[in-house]
Design a protein around this ligand. Structure first.
Ligand code: NAD
Length: 366
């Protein structure tokens, strides 16, 4: 019986609420598919600070190192907001985790079912069939990490801050491979987003993408777009994209725009794949909802668990090679959300059916 060994880092506020339901769905799937779940839970974020004095306790890191994947909830919230920025749960837990496991590829599906298009701030006649696109964001390079990164007082008394945007060809090729594989599994359309009219890193990015795709994936339809135009096109006609790939900061901004036009944070999952392989020879990855800890609704039992369940499906696909099972889970979420039972996500402007009832509906659809 195949064993799925993963770490469960539920985090704070709604994190444990939606994680509990995702684990219940996974247990059901495991019974159906004859899979063995072998997971270990560990504190992270605010829970890590409260119980171990650190957002990413050493014991938690060890649990992750021994696993083949990490199923992550979300971290942070008002309780820890007064801590210095460097000790804030998000910064002190997620960034070190990304760095430790070199999680360089962030895959974010932008999905809105046709039945729920009224949840999008876009006019429904622009998205008659909903939205189905994927953003691939480079996660460990670019201006967030480039050196020098300094703030200095100049001789004339003025203050100057410097951030540095750095990319190597190998980093571009590495993220591109993930984008190519994703596009191959979909409509075969890949759009590379850059700012090659202004930035040196983007000139290298565009050249590398053009040459690499011509050599290794000539069957794909490749296009290039400047990031400012991409931001407009996403709002104008999102489905002109199939898969788009971009560097770290552009991806940070565009993926949030994509989340907004998809209508609900409670539905959006994400995968961050590492450079290393797990014990199965597949990518080690961290899988988490796109949203945060939603302190405004925590404890009420109304958080939408779908993003967490869909994140678990991504984990099965990428880190355990179970694409068919992942597809079944995704179909069950779709059936539950678009069927008789309406999602409990307040972002949809509908009364909540509750976290547990939503997961029950997914289980019933499996
Ligand atoms: P948020 O994503 O937590 O909430 C934004 C809005 O979306 C809220 O109205 C919330 O109720 C709603 N929402 C989010 N997820 C939902 C779900 N599953 N079901 C129903 N509604 C949902 O963003 P925020 O309020 O800006 O941040 C709250 C905390 O979360 C902050 O401390 C922030 O730092 C943290 N955060 C963590 C992560 C992470 O762990 N990766 C990501 C983003 C924000």
């Amino acid at each position: 019986m195949p064993t799925l060994k993963f770490a469960v880092l539920a985090g704070d506020y709604i994190g444990p609420e939606v994680m509990q339901e995702a684990l219940r769905v996974l247990a059901h799937v495991a019974r159906q598919e004859n899979l063995q779940l072998d997971y270990q839970s560990a504190d992270v974020g605010g829970a890590g600070i409260d119980n171990h004095g650190k957002a990413l306790p050493d014991s938690t890191l060890r649990v992750c190192e021994q696993a083949d994947a990490i199923l992550f909830g979300s971290v942070g919230g008002p309780k820890w907001e007064k801590l210095p920025p460097k000790e804030q749960p998000e910064r002190a837990a997620l960034l070190p985790l990304r760095k430790h496991f070199t999680l360089f590829a962030n895959i974010r599906p932008g999905l809105l079912y046709r039945e729920l298009t009224d949840a999008s701030p876009l006019k429904t006649d622009r998205i008659p069939d909903g939205i189905d696109i994927v953003c691939i964001r480079e996660l460990t390079g670019g201006v967030y990490f480039g050196q020098p990164k300094t703030t200095t007082t100049l001789p004339d008394g003025d203050v100057q801050a410097i951030d540095t945007m750095v990319y190597r060809r190998s980093e571009v090729e590495r993220i591109l491979k993930v984008a190519i594989e994703t596009a191959r599994g979909r409509k075969g359309k890949l759009c590379s987003v850059d700012k090659a009219n202004v930035l040196e890193t983007s000139v290298l990015w565009r050249k590398t993408v053009t040459e690499y795709v011509a050599r290794h994936a000539p069957e794909l339809t490749l296009s290039h777009m400047y990031v400012d135009n991409a931001a407009m096109q996403l709002a104008r006609d999102p489905n002109q994209f199939d898969v788009f790939v971009t560097e770290n900061m552009f991806g940070d901004i565009l993926s949030d725009e994509m989340a907004v036009i998809c209508g609900s944070l409670g539905m959006l999952s994400s995968a961050s794949l590492g450079a290393g392989k797990n014990s199965l020879g597949l990518p080690f990855g961290l899988y988490e909802p796109a949203g945060g800890t939603a302190p405004d609704i925590a404890g009420k039992g109304i958080a939408n668990p779908c993003a967490q369940i869909l994140s678990a499906a991504l984990m099965l696909r990428f880190s355990f090679g179970l694409d068919g099972v992942a597809k079944r889970m995704e179909a069950a979420v779709k059936k539950a959300v678009t069927g008789g039972i309406r999602t409990g996500d307040i972002a949809f402007g509908r009364p909540s059916v509750g976290t547990k009832a939503m997961a029950d509906a997914v289980i019933a659809a499996l």
